[in-house]
Design a binder for this molecule. Structure first.
Ligand code: SF4
Length: 334
């Protein structure tokens, strides 16, 4: 949806007061956006960083507006947003790719390719699909569960589009500009994942990055085996709220004869957790916090599945990526 369409939609909904959520990369446009929307509505901009469509900010911020406009992300269809939210997706600028960029796939014997991308690269993924079709590859785009909007789409916490075609592909090709979604995609599947880096205009297999990642990750997780006190943290963001999962982990910790407390957080920060004098934490919000930011914490911060694998509640044959399929309705206490 474009800005003018969003304005039409807001008028159609009878909105008078609106909140704009602008990602950091677009913040330089704050004055322009504020001025344009202010021609029609009372506007306030949230200065807080936000992480995705799972995060519409604190209730204190959006309580008094009729509608939220979030830039840069696509809706997560199975979240019951407590306010109407209009999503204005942003796409990476189009790039042209030579046919020889794709030759590494043929060299590696790949014929059936599953295409993946986050919403920012979705239009580029469609362009890549056409290129690969013309080059004679069998391109397959997977269907998604209720947390994703578009076929082939991925989030850092959901790779259902990859799972849906796992038996039909030799490998996945993720259209992107960095490793973030590639790491998650490779952790969530046994098939090889290649990244098509649109900045570099090159394709590479990311297995070496995964080997390095897993060595570091297991080293971060292992001290939790000796922990006596656990904080089980529930993130209160509307699309990360997994209270039932948190309480099930809490029960498991208690059954192991260890101490556990239930904690809520909005933006989890190392000092808050460490001040509680716990030896380890299990974070049930965005799995990327444990995976990508774990080194900011002095104690191990585990995803729920890492906890279950470490303590034998789940098989430990291979690392299992924590994926969010659905979240709970908000209520503060069990
Ligand atoms: S939970 Fe994390 S990975 Fe999933 S949408 Fe939110 S910020 Fe992105």
């Amino acid at each position: 949806m474009e800005i003018e369409e969003a304005i039409k939609e807001l008028k159609h909904r009878g909105a008078e007061k609106i909140l704009l959520q602008i990602p950091d990369g677009l913040k330089p446009e704050s004055f322009n956006l504020f001025n344009r929307f202010s021609e029609e509505f009372k506007v306030v901009i949230s200065s807080q960083s936000f992480y995705g469509a799972c995060d519409i900010g604190n209730m204190e911020v959006y309580r008094d507006v009729d509608c939220i406009v979030q830039f840069g992300h696509s809706e997560i269809p199975n979240i019951k947003y407590t306010k109407p939210v209009i999503f204005i997706e942003y796409y990476y600028k189009a790039v042209e790719l030579d046919d020889n960029v794709f030759s590494v796939l043929r060299d590696d014997g790949i014929k059936d390719i599953g295409l993946l991308s986050s919403v920012q690269y979705y239009k580029e993924m469609q362009y890549v699909q056409e290129k690969l079709d013309k080059l004679g590859y069998n391109v397959i785009i997977g269907s998604v569960d209720g947390r994703l909007k578009y076929p082939g789409q991925v989030l850092g916490c959901n790779f259902s589009s990859a799972h849906s075609i796992a038996n039909r592909v030799d490998a996945y090709l993720l259209v992107s500009t960095g490793l973030f979604h590639g790491i998650g995609a490779q952790l969530s599947t046994d098939k090889p994942v290649y990244i098509l880096d649109l900045n570099q205009k090159s394709i590479r297999n990311i297995q070496p990055d995964i080997d390095k990642f897993l060595r570091k990750r297991y080293a971060r997780m292992e001290p939790a085996l000796d922990a006596k006190k656990f904080a089980i943290i529930i993130d209160t963001k509307i699309g990360q709220y997994r209270k039932k999962l948190a309480y099930s982990i809490y029960s498991k910790v208690k059954d192991m004869g260890k101490e556990a407390i239930i904690v809520t957080a909005d933006n989890i920060n190392p000092m808050d957790v460490e001040n509680m004098m716990c030896d380890a934490a299990v974070f049930t919000g965005c799995p990327r916090v444990s995976i990508d930011d774990g080194e900011k914490f002095r104690i191990p911060i585990l995803t729920p599945i890492e906890f279950e694998q470490l303590f034998g509640f789940k098989s430990n044959d291979r690392y299992i990526m924590d994926e969010i399929v659905g979240v709970d309705s908000y209520s503060p206490i069990r």
